[in-house]
Design a protein around this ligand. Structure first.
Ligand code: HAM
Length: 475
């Protein structure tokens, strides 16, 4: 085969975004930015500060926090072995031990054997996972940076990509984005739960999200929940044969999750199961009642949903979920709850905690479906220039206009005016600034308003003033 023929057969692979991931493009990204900007503003008014945590962490951090039996940990994490960490630990050991060799009076052979034995104790690899959520990471950071020394509670928010190996569908991706909030430390006063919920509702309100429905529940504490879970298990065992395989398995692993089931055939059975609200201990019942009262004081409308148990193990007491319009089956735009004890579970001091995470992809989808997405932003000014002298003036004009905050398109090569105006139109420009030899030598620039085709001449300072005034009028 000739070299030419071999080359021809080598068809370059056409790469595509990995299943469950996607590119976010303009103009949609303008909506993402608006949503994120609104989050910064609203959360700021409630006294929250932004935290940025890494995109990957030790797999064990998530396994411990979220729970081994949960779908997220048992099926959906992107976890990879990282051998370098083990290597670094060995280096550290040698660095610490080698200087002691002189004092030991040992043979080198004996020393090396001991070192070898030490090494065998270390795992060769550490498993690292792309974060499926960020609550565990924020708790890790709280402990690592001794944030319990700060005035409590510490109020933090974050935004960024999360990764779960789920079956992709509308509103469900393998790389998705969350805007989340965590309140750590201080007391577990019901007003904190209510204020966190009030904040997310304020945020949704500001964005004019449609069809917002807040569901709340209390899933009790270490005292009362195990008793309820046992009761639930006993009740479920009585009807085991009528349940599907997933729920049958969950009777053993996590009976609460049966309440999450969406299987049509199980709904009648689930409706007959005991409600956790009737089995809360006194402290949890009082806390739940106070949270509801606090929500009412804030004018937050909620619905109690006894089946709202959430899919992550760290929750206790308050849980909540918010749904919105236009999302189909994946309609939860926000989920959260209280997780007192999680920081302690991760080796930190006893710490109260509550938070939520908004699925940003779903939030955007819902805003788009209800027509709340901004229209494509066109340029303010398209500079149609012709001739070398005009080019130099055009570059200067572009610089000045951009400095004044206008969005300017400056074509890199000369175009005939007709073509330039057509291009300005396609880009949705409001004005075309026409700069030819005449304009430059007269010092009078032609500004064409593309909506009505009207044209007028301005000196440079007058033009800037005119555009400023027009912008102020339209905003
Ligand atoms: P979560 O319920 O697992 O909670 O996720 C929160 C939100 O993230 C969901 O309501 C949904 O909007 C969005 N979401 C989850 N998975 C996907 C996916 N595959 N595709 C698109 N969106 C998704 C947590 O993550 C907790 N860390 C929330 C929290 C913070 N609780 C206390 N603090």
């Amino acid at each position: 085969m000739s070299e030419g023929a071999a080359k021809k057969e080598e068809k370059p692979r056409r790469f595509q975004a990995i299943r469950g991931t996607r590119d976010l493009l303009p103009p949609e990204t303008a909506l993402w930015n608006r949503v994120e900007q609104t989050a910064h503003e609203v959360f700021g008014t409630f006294g929250f500060g932004e935290i940025r945590v890494p995109v990957f962490e030790a797999t064990e951090l998530f396994a411990r926090s979220i729970g081994l039996e949960t779908d997220v940990v048992s099926k959906e994490m992107y976890s990879i072995p990282d051998p370098i960490d083990g290597y670094e630990r060995k280096l550290k050991f040698i660095e610490e031990e080698l200087p002691k060799l002189d004092k030991r009076g040992d043979t080198l052979q004996a020393y090396l054997e001991e070192v070898q034995k030490e090494f065998e104790k270390y795992p060769e690899v550490e498993m690292l996972a792309l974060r499926p959520e960020a609550t565990a990471s924020v708790c890790r950071a709280y402990i690592e940076h001794g944030m319990q020394q700060l005035p409590q509670p510490v109020k933090l928010y974050y935004m960024g990509p999360m990764f779960r190996r789920e079956r992709p569908q509308k509103g469900r991706y393998r790389q998705f984005y969350q805007i989340g909030v965590e309140v750590l430390g201080g007391s577990d006063a019901p007003a904190i739960d209510a204020e966190v919920i009030e904040m997310v509702m304020t945020f949704f309100d500001r964005l004019e999200l449609q069809g917002v429905q807040l569901d709340i529940n209390s899933i009790g504490c270490r005292e009362c929940r195990p008793k309820y879970v046992e009761l639930l298990r006993a009740e479920l065992l009585k009807v085991k044969d009528k349940l599907g395989p997933d729920s049958q398995r969950r009777i053993e692993t996590n009976p609460l999750r049966v309440l999450d089931s969406k299987l049509e055939s199980e709904q009648g059975i689930i409706a007959t199961l005991p409600h956790i609200a009737d089995h809360l201990c006194e402290a949890c019942a009082a806390h739940y009642a106070a949270v509801k009262h606090q929500l009412e004081m804030r004018g937050v409308i909620y619905r109690e949903n006894w089946r709202l148990v959430r899919g992550l193990d760290y929750y206790m007491r308050t849980t909540f979920e918010i749904t919105a319009q236009g999302l189909g089956s994946q309609n939860a735009v926000c989920g959260g709850g209280r997780y007192d004890g999680l920081v302690e579970l991760l080796g930190g001091p006893p710490t109260k905690g509550i938070g939520f995470a908004i699925g940003e992809d779903r939030l955007i989808l819902s805003l788009q479906e209800s027509g709340k997405a901004p229209a494509q932003q066109g340029r303010d000014v398209y500079i149609a220039w012709m001739g070398e002298r005009a080019h130099a003036t055009a570059i200067r004009a572009a610089k000045d206009l951009r400095k004044a905050g206008f969005s300017v398109e400056l074509p890199p090569v000369e175009q005939k005016f007709g073509k330039a105006l057509g291009q300005a139109d396609k880009l949705g420009a409001k004005y075309a600034l026409i700069l030819g030899d005449n304009e430059v030598s007269e010092g009078l620039w032609t500004l064409k308003t593309l909506a009505d085709g009207s044209q007028a001449k301005y000196t440079e300072p007058d033009l800037l003033e005119h555009l400023r005034k027009q912008k102020a009028l339209s905003s």
